[in-house]
Design a protein around this ligand. Structure first.
Ligand code: GLY
Length: 381
């Protein structure tokens, strides 16, 4: 039960989102956007083209809006966009562990809402690609095929983001009755508990393994500030990823991991007026934010609130609302003539090229969080 003040804020945010999404739908259509440059989304702006990891989020926004409003235009454009995205499965080039981010908000969402058989086979295709990245000696899913942080061997890289791709494997096992997908997801999630997650609830972005022997070699800062730091979007993937892993497995280890990460994130955000620093363990200056981290953490906390006892829910729901209100106040762009909802994004700590802009995944998780609070969200993950 929300306070009257929070309910008023929520209703207002939902109304603003409806207006904004309606206008964006008209302007953007079946383009596949990433970042709003000068208030404008462009089609496939990243060099990886159709295989870029964020390409499912626009479709996810449209499916969430269709589910919430039942307006057919959202469904029609979501389906057109998915047809385009399916090309990535044909070319295969540059696809990696992020196929869950690409095909859960598109094909799985479509299949869940419409039972579209083509969407089901696309999502199963993606699940098979993800399962094929499993390293059986190290028991983890290989993240990337190339190193964005310079040269070097990435065959043994596991990253925290992969936790959010595991639901594709759990979904595939549920759909097919074949336990192999879920078994791979379980192995990866257990490996992450003792390699990438730290005992205090913070985590590394990257854990490196010897790809031949599977020996754990150590943690790497990756998209965060540096060694031993705490990249906030990675922390967000950990909260939401472990909460979802618990939803699918009901294994206590993952519930405890999700709570550990959640408590760490809540205390870190409480120290910065609920605004998400890009890394929770960076130098005080310069101040860098990543608004998407707060939106993702909020979704993770709202997921966790559904998994815990009635006496624990208010902690997670209350903290989620604080974060959403803070980012909405500082970063939301409600100008109907401009694309993008949540400004204040950052792709990684040491790359300022897109910082401050709206990035599509930030918009997606902000919308999902608001719809979760309104009890209008479709469960995509
Ligand atoms: N690949 C996920 C992220 O950059 O957050």
């Amino acid at each position: 039960m929300l306070s009257e003040q929070n309910q008023i804020w929520l209703d207002k945010a939902y109304n603003l989102l409806q207006e904004k999404m309606k206008r964006e739908l008209e302007r953007v259509g079946s383009k596949i956007p990433f970042a709003a440059i000068n208030g404008q989304f462009h089609d496939l702006m990243m060099p990886d083209g159709i295989s870029w990891w964020t390409n499912g989020f626009w479709t996810g926004l449209l499916w969430q809006m269709y589910h919430a409003t039942k307006e057919e235009d959202y469904k029609a454009v979501a389906q057109e966009t998915e047809e385009r995205l399916a090309e990535a499965l044909v070319t295969f080039d540059k696809l990696n562990h992020d196929v869950g981010f690409m095909f859960m908000p598109s094909s799985v969402a479509n299949y869940r809402l419409t039972q579209n058989a083509k969407s089901k086979s696309r999502a199963l295709h993606a699940a098979n690609l993800l399962a094929g990245r499993f390293n059986p000696t190290g028991e983890f899913l290989r993240a990337w095929d190339t190193n964005s942080f310079g040269s070097g061997d990435v065959r043994g890289f596991m990253i925290i983001d992969s936790l959010m791709n595991l639901p594709l494997l759990y979904w595939a096992s549920e759909e097919t009755g074949d336990p192999r997908f879920a078994a791979i997801a379980n192995k990866h999630a257990f490996t992450s508990l003792h390699s990438i997650l730290r005992p205090d609830g913070s985590c590394n972005h990257i854990a490196a393994f010897d790809p031949e022997s599977g020996e754990f070699l150590g943690g790497i800062g990756g998209q965060g500030y540096g060694e031993g730091s705490s990249w906030s979007r990675g922390q967000a993937w950990a909260v939401y990823g472990y909460a979802l892993t618990y939803r699918y497995t009901k294994k206590e280890e993952f519930l405890n991991a999700a709570k550990q990460c959640a408590h760490y994130c809540i205390s870190s955000l409480a120290m910065s007026n609920w605004l998400p620093l890009s890394d929770f363990r960076a130098s005080a200056e310069p101040v860098k934010y990543d608004s998407a981290a707060a939106a993702i953490i909020a979704c993770g906390l709202l997921e966790l609130a559904e998994q815990v006892s009635e006496y624990e829910t208010s902690l997670y729901t209350g903290a989620a609302i604080q974060m959403l209100k803070a980012v909405e106040e500082k970063f939301a762009n409600w100008n109907l003539e401009e694309d993008g909802i949540l400004t204040g994004n950052a792709t990684m700590y040491h790359d300022d090229r897109l910082s401050g802009m709206s990035i599509i995944y930030g918009d997606y998780y902000f919308l999902e969080a608001i719809l979760r609070l309104k009890e209008k969200a479709i469960m995509i993950w």
